[in-house]
Design a protein around this ligand. Structure first.
Ligand SMILES: CC(C)(COP(=O)(O)OP(=O)(O)OC[C@H]1O[C@@H](n2cnc3c(N)ncnc32)[C@H](O)[C@@H]1OP(=O)(O)O)[C@@H](O)C(=O)NCCC(=O)NCCS
Length: 174
């Protein structure tokens, strides 16, 4: 009986979201509200996190961020900090640890914190590796591997990501 009622609620909420937004979500997102998940994790006001996001260790996220589905926010290696107004697109993995030397040489897991500033867009399926600092007003292109720091008002893309300034001319055109 309970499982029947649960299914009924699930189907109802799926129908509502399909007709309102023309969207079909991963099942967990019908059960757990994205803003509630963000509040539960201690993230800032207006931030939402899809249910399929994996949050590990010490992760701090500021206000008005959108954290998409199938993302990994790993703060297990001395912390991950993300500022305000950031967009972490679907499939992005941000790591503060690396097990490659553990697998090859039996060494302990390497760890280094990651810091991401305000107004940072990270494109789908990008990987940010441990120890990286990304400043403010930065765009990371789709499917990039970021293993270096990125300064304010820069864009980076590719594997490994190459870094270019967002020129004054580009900014003026907006
Ligand atoms: C492939 C890997 C093991 C190489 O490590 P490494 O031998 O220490 O290599 P370095 O970091 O010194 O990089 C050497 C060069 O290869 C490039 N490079 C490193 N990893 C790369 C990758 N995955 N793809 C493309 N280029 C890569 C570096 O940018 C550097 O280029 P440069 O010489 O032009 O500056 C490592 O970079 C990696 O990808 N580790 C996995 C990290 C990870 O995602 N962990 C998740 C949690 S377990």
């Amino acid at each position: 009986m309970i499982s029947f009622l649960k299914q009924l609620l699930f189907f109802n909420s799926r129908k509502k979201i399909k007709s309102r937004f023309n969207r079909i979500l991963p099942s967990g997102d019908y059960i757990f509200d994205r803003w509630e998940k963000a509040r539960f994790a201690g993230f800032g006001e207006g931030t939402s996190v899809y249910d399929s996001c994996l949050i590990l260790g010490d992760v701090k996220v500021g206000k008005n961020c959108w954290i998409g589905p199938y993302t990994i926010l790993d703060g297990s290696g001395h912390g991950l900090e993300i500022g305000d107004n950031c967009n972490i697109s679907s499939g992005v993995h941000i790591y503060t640890h690396d097990t490659t030397k553990t697998v090859l040489y039996g060494k302990s897991i390497q760890q280094a914190p990651v810091k991401i500033g305000n107004n940072v867009y990270i494109g789908p399926n990008s990987i940010i590796s441990m120890g990286v600092t990304i400043a403010n007003f930065v765009v990371i292109g789709t499917q990039s591997f970021v293993n270096r720091d990125i300064p304010d008002w820069h864009k980076a893309y590719g594997t490994p990501a190459k870094i270019f300034p967002i020129t004054q001319e580009e900014q003026n055109q907006q």
